[in-house]
Design a protein around this ligand. Structure first.
Ligand SMILES: Cc1cc2nc3c(=O)[nH]c(=O)nc-3n(C[C@H](O)[C@H](O)[C@H](O)COP(=O)(O)OP(=O)(O)OC[C@H]3O[C@@H](n4cnc5c(N)ncnc54)[C@H](O)[C@@H]3O)c2cc1C
Length: 162
């Protein structure tokens, strides 16, 4: 199991627990995790077990669940980010593994670029073309870096004896 932990403000930190599905099953999470949690609901049974297993890392700190549940990370790539006058940005257009911490930055930069293109181009059609032409190379480069990071963490088992 690996923990990704990093502060987001003066008093709080993100705390992500990641593991291979076999490790997850052997640790007993498969029988605990409820199927079909509603949006916003957290998997409290798994969180309690995680606190038990990782108490030596968590120490006296409180765990604050926030829509916390098991997910399998999926990398999303779209061949086009627009359909007529409908345009995609952020995670709807592309995802990058959380271990490189860039998803929010990419989404914000998409929004800035889209606003600038709409301001600078003569019409919506050319603005949406310019937006995708500007952002796609940046996003693809970040996704390549994120893929290497994803593979490192998802295949960690092959390095643990080294
Ligand atoms: C475990 C994990 C850790 C991460 N850590 C980091 C990090 O440290 N740094 C970082 O930069 N990024 C991180 N990311 C990525 C980051 O969370 C996303 O890239 C970012 O939130 C994308 O923003 P967004 O606005 O495109 O999408 P979202 O934040 O997903 O926003 C989409 C919103 O649309 C709402 N919605 C969905 N469907 C509908 C509908 N039909 N009608 C109305 N509303 C709807 C959703 O509820 C949601 O609020 C992490 C991701 C994961 C999974």
């Amino acid at each position: 199991m690996q923990v990704h932990g990093y502060p987001y403000d003066a008093t709080g930190s993100t705390f992500i627990v990641e593991m291979h599905e076999q490790v997850w099953a052997k640790a007993g999470f498969a029988g605990l995790a409820p199927a079909g949690l509603a949006p916003g609901q957290s998997d409290e049974a798994s969180i309690a077990k995680m606190i038990d297993l990782l108490g030596h890392i968590i120490g006296d700190h409180a765990i604050e669940a926030n829509n916390s549940k098991w997910i399998s990370f999926g990398t999303l790539r779209c061949s086009s980010w627009r359909n007529h006058n409908v345009v995609l940005l952020g995670d709807a257009a592309h995802t990058a593994h959380f271990s490189i911490g860039s998803g929010t930055k990419l989404a914000m930069e998409d929004a800035l670029a889209l606003a600038a293109c709409l301001n600078e181009q003569p019409d919506v059609d050319s603005a949406l073309d310019a937006y995708e032409a500007e952002r796609r190379p940046v996003v693809e480069s970040t996704q390549r870096a994120a893929q290497a990071s994803l593979e490192w963490f998802e295949n960690l088992g092959q390095y643990t004896h080294q």
